[in-house]
Design a protein. Structure first.
Ligand SMILES: NC(=O)c1ccc[n+]([C@@H]2O[C@H](COP(=O)([O-])OP(=O)(O)OC[C@H]3O[C@@H](n4cnc5c(N)ncnc54)[C@H](OP(=O)(O)O)[C@@H]3O)[C@@H](O)[C@H]2O)c1
Length: 219
């Protein structure tokens, strides 16, 4: 399986990249980011791209892939509504519409989050925007598209948040988070389980297009 990965420098994307690099069934990974991952690996190639609303200049390099793991995303905290919508909806749809045109046989997986609002009518702004993004992705003519809605994610194997104090919290609470993943799989998963689940679903499919934390942990 040849994979394109967006968001490889983020906490979720680092975990997905790790699992891709160690999975023998993933033959190559193309990271598309605005900054390099800093990693070197025989299976990894990177494109540093400037404008995430327009991929026309790199289309020839985005052809011939089986799966896209779209882990690019931002927190809505402290962000104005239009900017959050732009970074969440516009960027994701720009990438997805380009990829589906170039790779109609592709499986596209998107990371949203628990409580994403499929009705697009609820009270939480971020959840409506993520819901619309999911809904519109599911209308594109990919071979298949899957929406991953993790709740909490425990970073494992050196995966780090880009925010220092968040890393400190993960270190201090690691035993609690491991326990929560076991006893409350609807509320917590790990970067390893999320990466493994994305690879397995892209390869083998899944009965549901929207996967909650329980699904991610059960795969
Ligand atoms: N972390 C969690 O516990 C958690 C839980 C549930 C859901 N999620 C969801 O998972 C997704 C990823 O979260 P994360 O924790 O991995 O976030 P993160 O650590 O902040 O990483 C965000 C990623 O998106 C990229 N990015 C952000 N803005 C960009 C832009 N304007 N243009 C190009 N690339 C951009 C970043 O690239 P740079 O490195 O260049 O900034 C980075 O690769 C989000 O949608 C989030 O809601 C996360």
């Amino acid at each position: 399986m040849k994979v394109i990965l967006f968001g490889a420098t983020g906490m979720v994307g680092q975990g997905v990249l790790r699992e891709c690099l160690i999975d023998p069934g993933v033959t190559s990974v193309l990271s598309v980011g605005r900054s390099p991952t800093g990693q070197q690996h025989a299976k990894l190639r990177e494109i540093v791209h400037g404008d995430f609303t327009n991929f026309s200049a790199i289309e020839s390099e985005l052809t011939g892939y089986d799966a896209c793991f779209f882990c690019l995303g931002v927190s809505s905290v402290g962000m104005d509504a239009e900017r959050y919508r732009h970074l969440t909806y516009d960027i994701t749809m720009a990438a997805a519409t380009t990829l589906v045109k170039l790779n109609p046989g592709m499986v596209f997986t998107y990371v949203t989050g628990r409580s994403t609002d499929s009705t697009e009518q609820g009270s939480l702004r971020w959840a409506r925007v993520k819901g619309k993004t999911e809904n519109d992705l599911l209308k594109l003519p990919f071979k298949a598209a899957y929406m991953f809605r993790p709740a909490g994610i425990q970073p494992l194997h050196g995966v780090r948040s880009k925010t220092g104090w968040i890393n400190a919290i993960y270190v201090v609470t690691a035993p609690l988070l491991s326990w929560l993943t076991r006893v409350a799989p609807g509320h917590m998963t790990t970067s390893e389980k999320l990466g493994r689940a994305m690879i397995n679903v892209a390869r083998d499919g899944y009965p549901k297009a929207v996967l909650e934390s329980e699904d991610i942990n059960a795969i």
